[in-house]
Design a protein around this ligand. Sequence first.
Ligand SMILES: C[S@@+](CC[C@H](N)C(=O)[O-])C[C@H]1O[C@@H](n2cnc3c(N)ncnc32)[C@H](O)[C@@H]1O
Length: 232
Amino acid sequence: MGRKKLIRFAENKDEPLMLQAEKPLYHQIKGKWNELFFQESKPLVVELACGRGEYSVGLAEKYKEKNFIGVDIKGDRMWKGCQAARDKGLTNVGFLRTMIQNIEQFFAPEELSEIWITFPDPRPKKNDARRRLTHPRFQEMYRKLVSTQNLIHLKTDNLGLFEYTLEVLQQQPIQNLRYTYDLSQSEMLHWHEGIQTRYEKIFSAKGFKINYLQYSFQKDSSDSFPAPLLSE
Ligand SMILES: C[S@@+](CC[C@H](N)C(=O)[O-])C[C@H]1O[C@@H](n2cnc3c(N)ncnc32)[C@H](O)[C@@H]1O
């Protein structure tokens, strides 16, 4: 392992914005993010596959009335997010190091108001489908974790993953699905929030269009199912 990575891992151990395995709060935080981590009750927004946490930090700067948590397994990438949050003096953002498969260990049912999934690994191999962050087993977790007022966002350069996700959503109890194959030319552009992640910059520079979709889960089982597909 490189020296830089080792230094970042060591710093993460003392970094209050980073929640990871060896910290006591790691095992107590479920359902208590606002109380124990932020010490202020606000709607909780999570960025999954956050990498350096550009959305977590960028949105936290813009929306002080909400709390933001970036989730990823790569501690050295989230170290960057912690630095950025610190440089901006933000107190409404933190990072959680875990596999996303385990998020139900860290968030209680209905604890979240919004989920961003930013440029997740596309996992194109058929036998890797279960690891895609938009696979039905992840949707099932997300549905439990979000409250009645909820919004899920996906941003990806990967057309295969995007179309796979649209197919998955046809079988999910969702509503208000909106999507675009080219966010830059879309009336949904404002949802971009003026934020570009590292992967987004890399793939946009190579000429890839940015696909974006958003939806909400139906929390009332009497709502119609499956949800009609809408586009722009
Ligand atoms: C392609 S990168 C995107 C990072 C960032 N969102 C961006 O757009 O620059 C995908 C990220 O997802 C994380 N990731 C993928 N699968 C994961 C999982 N199951 N649990 C936790 N992190 C995961 C990886 O560690 C990586 O940082």
